[in-house]
Design a protein around this ligand. Structure first.
Ligand code: ADP
Length: 339
C-alpha cells in the first residue's frame, strides 16, 4: 500500500516559517533578473500553447529563492502543486503516488532532489521524458512490466548540490537555473518591502546596514530584520535606526561582513587548529562537532564567494583576507603557491 501524498493547492508548505514574507508572485521577487526573465518567457509560452511547462532545475546555496520560484510558478500557471522532499524518496514506491496524482500541467516540486535514491532517479526518467512509468508486477519468471501513462506535468527540482545529480537526470530538465548571491542593494530592497509587511519602520541607513550583513541571502536578511525588529520593539520604541540595527546585530555576534558565530568558528578552526589549511572539510566538521553537510551547504558558499576561504585539491585553506578578518597574523609563507 503506497502512502498518498497531500496535494497542496493553495497553501503549500503549511509549516512554512517564511510564509508571511515569501513573495507570492514572480513580479514580487527582487533580483535574479536573468533567471526571472527566462522563467517568465517559458511560462508565457506554455500558457499560450496550452502545454505543460518544461521541467526546471534550480540550484544554488540555501535561502536564495529556489523554493520561492518553485511556488510562484504554479501560481502563475494557475495549476496545483505537490511538494516532495528528495530525502523521503527512498524507493520508486515513494514517488508513485505523486506521479499518479499529478493532474494535467500541474507541478511536482521536489526539494533537495539530490537526496533522492538512485532507483527513484531512474524511475523518473520515463516519467519526465514520456509521461509514463514502468511498473514491474510479480517476481521471477512471472514478472512483467506494464506501462502506465501519466498526465503531462512539470517537475521542478531544487538542489544545493547539482554535482550530486547524475548527468542523465540533470539533462532531463529543459531549464537549469543557477541562483547566485544577491547584491546589497537588492537585499536592502527586500528589507524595505518586508519592513512594510512586518509593520516596522526602518531608516534607510539601517536597511543598508542589515543588507550588508546578510551574507548575500534573502532568508538571512529576513531573519536579521525580524531580530532587529524585536530588538527595536524591546529596547527602542520600535523604530529601526542605524544604531539600533548595529546594536542588535552586534548582540547576535554578527560581524561587519555579516558572518555569524558559526561562520567565524569555522574560519577560526581552520586558522588556529589547522594552521590555515589545507585541511579536509571532514576534519574541520569533526573538530567543530557539526555535520560536514552543514558546512558544505550552509557555511562555505558565502565564505568562498567572499574570498576568505579557497578550495584546493588538498583541502580548504584560509586566504590572507581570511586571516586578516579573524585578526590572526598572516603566515610568512603566504599560500600564494597554491593560488
Ligand atoms: P531556498 O529554497 O533557495 O532555500 P527560499 O525560496 O525558501 O530559498 O527563500 C527563503 C526566503 O527568502 C523566502 O521565504 C523569501 O522570504 C525570501 N526570498 C527569497 N528569494 C527572494 C526574492 N527574490 N525576493 C524577495 N524575497 C526572497
Amino acid at each position: 500500500m503506497v502512502r498518498q501524498p497531500v496535494v497542496q493547492t493553495t497553501s503549500p508548505l503549511g509549516q512554512d516559517e517564511d510564509r508571511d514574507l515569501r513573495p507570492q508572485w514572480l513580479s514580487e521577487m527582487v533580483g535574479q533578473r536573468q533567471v526571472y526573465e527566462r522563467i517568465k518567457i517559458a511560462i508565457e509560452a506554455a500558457l499560450k500553447r496550452g502545454e505543460p511547462l518544461g521541467h526546471i532545475l534550480f540550484d544554488g546555496p540555501p535561502g536564495l529563492g529556489k523554493t520561492t520560484f518553485a511556488l510562484c510558478i504554479p501560481r502563475e500557471l494557475g495549476v496545483p502543486i505537490q511538494i516532495a522532499n528528495g530525502a523521503t524518496l527512498k524507493a520508486p514506491k515513494d514517488i508513485i503516488p505523486y506521479l499518479t496524482n499529478a493532474t494535467e500541467r500541474s507541478v511536482l516540486f521536489i526539494d533537495e532532489i539530490h537526496r533522492m535514491h538512485k532507483s527513484v532517479e531512474e524511475f523518473l526518467y520515463p516519467a519526465m521524458e514520456d509521461f509514463r512509468i514502468d511498473l514491474t508486477l510479480g517476481e521471477g519468471i512471472n514478472a512483467r512490466t506494464i506501462n502506465m501513462p501519466l498526465k503531462p506535468f512539470t517537475l521542478i527540482g531544487a538542489t544545493t548540490r547539482t554535482g550530486l545529480l547524475s548527468a542523465p537526470l540533470r539533462e532531463r530538465f529543459q531549464m537549469r537555473e543557477h541562483l547566485d548571491f544577491y547584491s546589497i542593494e537588492e537585499l536592502a530592497e527586500i528589507i524595505r518591502r518586508n519592513a512594510v509587511k512586518l509593520r516596522v519602520s526602518v531608516d534607510e541607513p539601517a536597511a543598508l546596514e542589515i543588507a550588508a550583513r546578510s551574507r548575500g541571502t534573502p532568508r538571512v536578511a529576513n531573519n536579521r530584520l525580524r531580530w532587529v525588529r524585536d530588538y527595536a520593539t524591546s529596547k527602542a520604541n520600535g523604530r529601526i535606526t542605524l544604531s539600533v540595527a548595529q546594536d542588535a546585530l552586534q548582540m547576535q555576534g554578527i560581524d561587519s561582513l555579516g558572518l555569524d558565530p558559526q561562520d567565524r568558528k569555522y574560519l577560526e578552526t581552520i586558522g588556529r587548529v589547522f594552521g590555515g589549511g589545507p585541511v579536509g572539510v571532514e576534519a574541520v566538521a569533526h573538530t567543530m562537532n557539526v555535520p560536514s553537510d552543514t558546512l558544505i551547504d550552509e557555511v562555505e558558499p558565502f565564505l568562498l564567494r567572499s574570498e576568505l576561504l579557497v578550495r584546493t585539491p588538498r583541502g580548504r585553506r584560509l586566504t590572507e583576507a581570511g586571516f586578516r578578518h579573524l585578526g590572526l597574523p598572516v603566515p610568512n609563507q603566504p599560500q600564494g603557491f597554491l593560488f
